[in-house]
Design a protein around this ligand. Structure first.
Ligand SMILES: [Zn+2]
Ligand SMILES: [Zn+2]
Ligand SMILES: [Zn+2]
Ligand SMILES: [Zn+2]
Ligand SMILES: [Zn+2]
Ligand SMILES: [Zn+2]
Length: 241
């Protein structure tokens, strides 16, 4: 079965990963399509591959971490240099991003769909997602820095973290989700939830709510994108002129 994906000029063929017989990288999230991948969408001519969950990522989301504006899925960053810096994890990306062009706010696809809570073997309690490191009262500490309880590196306050506030146990999103299979948290069915690295997507969790995917037509998206670009150019005109 083949079909057209908006991010690629040619039709894509859907494969089960074992049919590929080679290690390939997803052109959506820049990570490997490994044995946890259920299916791969491929254009062999171009060496273009997408995870099933990356190919099915909604074109437009209202994300609780960026309330004022909708985020649009861009196949490539529009910034000079061709990379974006993810507002969730602070790491660069050069493939798909959920972007607010007005605010230059960008999220990796994987970061946009992080579960609102996870369990991790490093801690006995559930960890909740915070859009910024939660501020906890310091006891006899002379530093404002928070450190990740797994990798021991600094947690930047502006980046997202998983936290058990009661225990002041904070983790980088990447460190907290090593046991979470990408894409599965898209589906909150009990069968997936029971899988290893269980995650839940629940209403009103610590992360502050769910990502809402909105069904829009291609024309709606183009219109929305034009409006954002227009507003952006107006804003830059009024500040530079
Ligand atoms: Zn991917
Ligand atoms: Zn192609
Ligand atoms: Zn990210
Ligand atoms: Zn915005
Ligand atoms: Zn860490
Ligand atoms: Zn705890």
């Amino acid at each position: 079965m083949d079909y057209k994906h908006f991010s690629h000029p040619h039709n894509l063929i859907i494969h089960r990963v074992y049919e590929l017989g080679q290690q390939v990288n997803c052109s959506g999230c820049d990570s490997a399509c490994d044995n946890t991948t259920t299916a791969v969408h491929a254009c062999h001519q171009c060496n273009f591959f997408l995870h099933d969950h990356c190919a099915n990522a909604g074109r437009y989301v209202k994300h609780p971490s960026h309330q004022p504006h909708p985020l649009i899925l861009l196949p490539h960053p529009t910034y000079a240099g061709g990379t974006f810096i993810c507002n969730a994890c602070g790491h660069p990306g050069k493939s798909f991003s959920y972007c607010c062009t007005l605010c230059e706010f960008d999220l990796h696809v994987g970061c946009a769909f992080l579960p609102v809570s996870v369990t991790h073997q490093a801690h006995q309690h559930e960890l909740n997602l915070f859009y910024g490191v939660p501020v906890v009262p310091r006891r006899g500490s002379n530093t404002d820095l928070e450190y990740c309880n797994i990798c021991r590196k600094v947690l930047e306050g502006r980046h997202w973290a998983y936290s058990c506030q009661k225990c002041e146990f904070n983790l980088h999103t990447a460190c907290a989700t090593t046991e979470v299979v990408p894409g599965l948290y898209h589906d909150d069915s009990p069968a997936y939830g029971a899988a290893e690295g269980k995650s839940t997507v629940a209403d009103g969790g610590g992360g502050g709510g769910n990502v809402v995917e909105v069904e829009l037509t291609e024309e709606d998206i183009i219109q929305l994108y034009r409006l954002q670009m227009l507003a952006q150019s107006m804003a830059s005109l009024s500040t530079t002129g």
